[in-house]
Design a binder for this molecule. Structure first.
Ligand SMILES: CC1=C(/C=C/C(C)=C/C=C/C(C)=C/C=C/C=C(C)/C=C/C=O)C(C)(C)CCC1
Ligand code: FE2
Length: 560
């Protein structure tokens, strides 16, 4: 499983230590592979030809969100579909990559937002594109590949959406097929397995791409980016949807399964090496007709935190053919907002408090607050919080992302810090952990040093904002002790989640690098490596083509 730079598609340049050149240039990536996108069957064996990145067609026909690939020059490469199914080659490195950086960075995300001339609506609808950068001896090899989910393969085969995506639904050909679709919705058959959200390395070395549907857990090969198989959960827990962000360590995997029938959440854990989730406990919802959306959740050393936000799943919206302003969800302010704490060992609820309304997709971390005697007094849980405003979902419609006019339209976000007392008090607190101006009032797509997972920590890395903007356009390092931020910005660039990788042998929490993939203003794309301490650029490894925006990442060390 360990990633290897000298894989089958590796270039001469990578092996010889020469910096890679652009595909198509003399001496460049001779074995770079390109497959133009068309509504055709997915070809397994890639042709050994060079296809330079296609030039954008200005003024191409548009339907709905328009064709991301053929947008005008005003459209950033971040929101354009990737035009070839796969590629691999040496990357040109500017600066000096640390020689200790030895392994593979993987990033998942929705990189393909159109089929033929039909453009998708929402960022989260796109078919999953996996990007890889393997670092070794100060050199870098990059690759990308579409994940071959059933949803993607069917869309390629038929030239249309065949499964229910985040906002796109298949258009029934007839009343009979409409009825069939409704029936299959209840069985989960019509839900997508387009695993376009997260990528995690399990304790046993398997690499899993994930989305919110349980069936959308897909095993990939981190070297070749091949889609290996579906990850089948071999248990009776069922559930059609789950949190897109399980908590993964070297020994275990924690997940949260919302129960839409009897509103509540099931907490389950799975040992590394197993496919069998085990029931740990259940929390019934305290408010609303359905569970709150749980895109992610945090854990401490001894507890699982179950958030119940007023943005709740909505069965009726799941069935609708046309999306509502909140897609599959509904805002129930009257239902209250809660944070529940479950003991990992017993599955018992040890706290359930009402908190101010909140909207979050990503929890950053959580830990146990202790008194002088070492007794746990409260749970502290931090998240990227959108000031209880759901309009971030609208911000992320592709039309809005592609139509930046210079107006400051990105809604404000902050590091929301919950304090959940364990003394039986009915209320918890929610406040900004630092002045949001420190990070331009933009805050999402976070990572921490994984050694601090569930423990007290000082630093978080995330995307922030330099205003005016319509999307987070900076990388930010948050110091939760000093309550300050260091920010990285490049004009017109769209950086994705900065992922922290510790230097081997590091003692200090921020001794390492933060890696982000950047979609640049000039249409190019590169992996940016920042020194995590100073938050200054050390190096960039440039792809010979532009990269679409992506969501979450993981790190696969070489010798694990
Ligand atoms: C496919 C179905 C669903 C899918 C839900 C998905 C794919 C949800 C993905 C959510 C993501 C990627 C959230 C990321 C948030 C990032 C933010 C807010 C960044 C902000 C930047 O400032 C369901 C909806 C679960 C229904 C079944 C079908
Ligand atoms: Fe996420």
């Amino acid at each position: 499983m360990s990633p290897t730079i000298s894989s089958s598609l590796c270039t001469v340049a990578a092996l010889s230590g020469r910096p890679g050149r652009r595909a198509g240039q003399p001496g460049g990536n001779k074995r770079a592979v390109a497959q133009p996108l068309a509504a055709a069957a997915v070809t397994e064996a890639p042709p050994a030809v060079i296809a330079p990145p296609p030039r954008p067609v200005i003024g191409a026909p548009r339907r709905r969100g328009g064709r991301g690939v053929d947008g005008g020059p005003d459209e950033l490469v971040a929101w354009k579909s990737i035009r070839q199914e796969r590629w691999e080659g040496a990357l040109e490195v500017e600066g000096k990559l640390p020689t200790w950086l030895d392994g593979t960075y993987l990033r998942n995300g929705p990189g393909l937002w159109d089929l033929g001339d039909y453009g998708f609506r929402h960022l989260f609808d796109g078919y999953a594109t996996l990007v890889r950068v393997s670092f070794r001896d100060g050199r870098a090899v990059g690759a990308h590949r579409q994940i071959e989910s059933e949803a993607y393969k069917a869309a390629r085969r038929h030239g249309k959406v065949c499964y229910r995506e985040f906002s796109e639904v298949p258009k029934p050909d007839s009343f009979k097929s409409f009825v069939g679709q409704l029936a299959s919705l209840f069985s989960g058959n019509s839900l997508t397995d387009n695993s376009n959200t997260g990528v995690v390395r399990l304790g046993d070395g398997r690499v899993l791409c994930l989305t919110e549907t349980v069936k959308g857990s897909i095993v990939v090969n981190p070297d070749t980016l091949d889609t290996v198989s579906k990850f089948e959960y071999e248990d009776k827990l069922g559930g059609l949807i789950h949190s897109a962000h399980p908590i993964v360590t070297d020994t275990e995997f924690w997940t949260l399964i919302p129960d839409l029938i009897r509103p509540g959440y099931v907490v389950a854990r799975m040992d590394a090496g197993s496919n069998e989730r085990q029931f740990v406990g259940r929390m019934d919802c305290r408010g609303g007709p359905a569970p709150g959306w749980v895109h992610s959740f945090p854990v401490t050393e001894n507890y699982v935190v179950v958030p119940e936000m007023p943005l709740r799943y909505c069965a009726a919206n799941l069935l609708r053919a046309e999306p509502t302003p909140l897609y599959k969800f509904q805002w129930h302010l009257e239902s209250g907002s809660y944070m529940h704490v479950m003991c990992k060992a017993s599955g018992k609820i040890v706290a359930s408090v009402e908190v101010p309304p909140f909207v979050t997709f990503h929890f950053i971390n959580a830990y146990e607050e202790k008194d002088e005697e070492g007794r746990v007094t409260a749970i502290i849980a931090d998240c990227c919080e959108h000031n209880a405003d759901t309009s971030i979902l609208d911000n992320l419609r592709l039309h809005n992302l592609r139509a930046f006019t210079g107006e400051d339209v990105l809604t404000d976000a902050r590091v929301g810090r919950f304090r959940i007392p364990l003394d039986g008090s009915p209320f918890g607190e929610l406040e900004a952990a630092l002045d949001p101006e420190e990070h331009g009032r933009g805050m999402d797509m976070c990572s921490i040093n994984p050694a601090h997972l569930g423990k007290e920590y000082r630093y978080a890395y995330a995307c922030g904002a330099r205003r005016p903007c319509n999307f987070p356009n900076t990388l930010t390092k948050i110091d939760l002790v000093e309550k300050t931020a260091k920010n990285w910005h490049e004009e017109g660039a769209v950086p994705s989640e900065p992922y922290f990788v510790a230097r081997p042998g590091a003692v200090e929490e921020d001794d390492g690098v933060a890696i982000s993939m950047v979609s640049a203003k000039d249409g190019s794309g590169y992996a940016l490596v920042l020194d995590a301490k100073s938050f200054k650029e050390i190096a960039r490894a440039k792809f010979p083509y532009g990269l679409p925006y992506g969501l979450h990442c993981c790190w696969v060390p070489r010798d694990k």
